[in-house]
Ligand binder design. Structure first.
Ligand code: FES
Ligand code: FES
Length: 160
């Protein structure tokens, strides 16, 4: 099926089965390999992308559902050479983990920051909220303390 897919602000013509997973279209057809596959079952969040602004697991989305809609991947989170506040703070706070889990974490965290979901929340409430909002993004290797630090720092930066 021929369809138009807008990814990171660029329109692409793709000719694939409408049932092909968005994850595979991104990685195989568009060569955007920043989006990773972990579980392939909607459990780990490694494949997170934003679809019309919402966070989705691209391993669970058929590309046919994305026709005429806007997809943002980790490659499109920042603007050119300028990183998204979340990416910057993940680096600064030491919250960047491996290349499998970090892209999904950054994409999900960008949703939290862009929508100012922590606005007006005190530190403890914000920390609890970040943990809940990122509950679908799993790292098998470490704690989440520095990731939470980074998301809160990015949120405060954007809200100020
Ligand atoms: S690969 Fe999609 S949620 Fe794990
Ligand atoms: S899964 Fe990426 S560092 Fe743990």
């Amino acid at each position: 099926m021929k369809m138009k897919l807008t990814v990171n602000g660029h329109e692409h013509d793709v000719d694939v089965s409408p049932w092909k997973r968005l994850l595979d279209v991104l990685r195989e057809d568009l060569r955007l390999t920043g989006t990773k596959e972990g579980c392939g079952e909607g459990e780990c969040g490694a494949c997170s992308v934003r679809l019309d602004g919402e966070v989705v697991n691209s391993c669970l989305v058929a590309v046919g559902q994305c026709s005429g809609r806007s997809v943002t991947t980790i490659e499109g989170l920042g603007a050119g050479e300028v990183l998204h506040a979340v990416q910057r703070e993940l680096v600064r706070c030491g919250g960047a983990q491996c290349g499998i889990c970090t892209p999904g974490i950054a994409v999900c965290a960008s949703y939290v920051v862009d929508n100012e979901l922590l606005k007006g929340k005190d530190e403890a409430t914000a920390r609890a909220a970040v943990r809940e909002l990122l509950a679908g993004n799993i790292c098998r290797c470490t704690g989440y303390q520095l990731i939470v630090d980074a998301v809160i720092a990015a949120a405060r930066e954007v809200e100020s």
